[in-house]
Design a protein around this ligand. Structure first.
Ligand SMILES: NC(=O)c1ccc[n+]([C@@H]2O[C@H](COP(=O)([O-])OP(=O)(O)OC[C@H]3O[C@@H](n4cnc5c(N)ncnc54)[C@H](O)[C@@H]3O)[C@@H](O)[C@H]2O)c1
Length: 277
């Protein structure tokens, strides 16, 4: 019960990583205030939370909604903890085809929302004597190839914002860290393709299969894998950790596939075949 007596804000908890994290925080004693645009998923999570999870309809791109979410946590005696996590795939165009409106929407959802979450939660945490914040970035923050350009740039921004906030807020005893998930089987991919119903279920099954072969650890990444890392960073076990990234990707980012998959030939394997001829 690492979070007994703590009040945590979680954004994007109606599905996937946020959902798993809200449930784990509640299971470990926290009272959770969860904000999401998905009212149905939010209500379902609250019903599953055994009275420990409170859902508040929230669009993280609206500053007033974030202010209201923090106020809801204050009414419950918090917030001591914040997980800035809501997100979606965003603009899919390459850089030479982007439109400004789509770029701005993506940045508002994935980067400005995190800045505003910190902006409004930090004074409330300071008044309580400190707190801990985790922001969801991505392996896409590290290199090209994992996600579209706008998404990847926003996540790289979240990574550096995390460091800047850690520097700014240490004097208030607030720690700020980022989690960088790899390929995690959630609804984010089907949602990006706007798939629904049985087509969505089929797509999710295909994604789960692809995810189990995507990295050196040969199983699909799960939302619970990220929740475990987030809860570590939010807990007192991480009390000397701030401004860091915790990469949770099953080894996805260790290198090109041939460096870890014996069935995938690399350059030297190809040269050896040529030399043998
Ligand atoms: N799944 C992955 O492989 C992966 C990898 C790296 C990073 N991430 C990041 O993890 C976070 C969670 O994604 P997920 O994979 O759990 O996806 P998901 O689609 O399962 O969950 C995202 C949640 O965010 C909510 N949301 C979207 N826009 C919102 C808004 N404007 N206001 C409030 N809530 C909003 C959705 O309703 C949904 O409940 C995102 O920031 C995503 O970019 C995911």
């Amino acid at each position: 019960m690492r979070f007994e007596g703590k009040v945590a804000i979680v954004t994007g908890g109606a599905s996937g990583i946020g959902r798993a994290t809200a449930l784990r925080l509640a299971a470990e004693g926290a009272t959770v205030v969860m904000g999401d645009i998905d009212a149905e998923g939010g209500a379902a999570l609250a019903a599953e939370g055994g009275g420990r999870i409170h859902f508040r309809p929230t669009d993280v791109t609206a500053e007033a909604d974030i202010v209201a979410l923090v106020a809801a946590a204050q009414e419950l005696g918090g917030p001591h903890l914040l997980f800035n996590n809501a997100g979606a795939g965003g603009l899919r165009a390459p850089i030479d085809e982007i439109d400004l409106a789509g770029w701005d929407r993506t940045m508002a959802l994935l980067l400005s929302s995190v800045a505003l979450g910190i902006r409004h939660a930090a004074p409330a945490m300071t008044a309580l004597g400190g707190g801990a914040i985790v922001n969801t970035a991505s392996v896409a923050a590290l290199a090209a190839g994992a996600a579209p350009t706008a998404y990847s740039v926003a996540k790289a921004g979240v990574r550096h914002l995390t460091r800047m906030a850690a520097a700014d807020l240490a004097r208030h005893r607030i720690r700020v860290n980022a989690v960088l998930p790899g390929f995690i089987t959630t609804n984010i991919f089907a949602s990006a393709m706007e798939l629904t119903g049985t087509v969505r279920d089929t797509a999710n099954a295909m994604i789960a299969q692809a995810a189990s072969n995507a990295q050196p650890i040969r199983r699909a990444g799960r939302a619970e894998d990220i929740a475990a890392a987030v809860c570590f960073l939010l807990s007192d076990d991480a009390s000397f950790i701030t401004g860091t990234d915790l990469l949770v990707d099953g080894g996805l980012s260790v290198g090109p596939r041939h460096s870890w998959d014996p069935d995938t030939p690399g350059l030297f394997d190809a040269l050896a075949v040529i030399a043998a001829k």
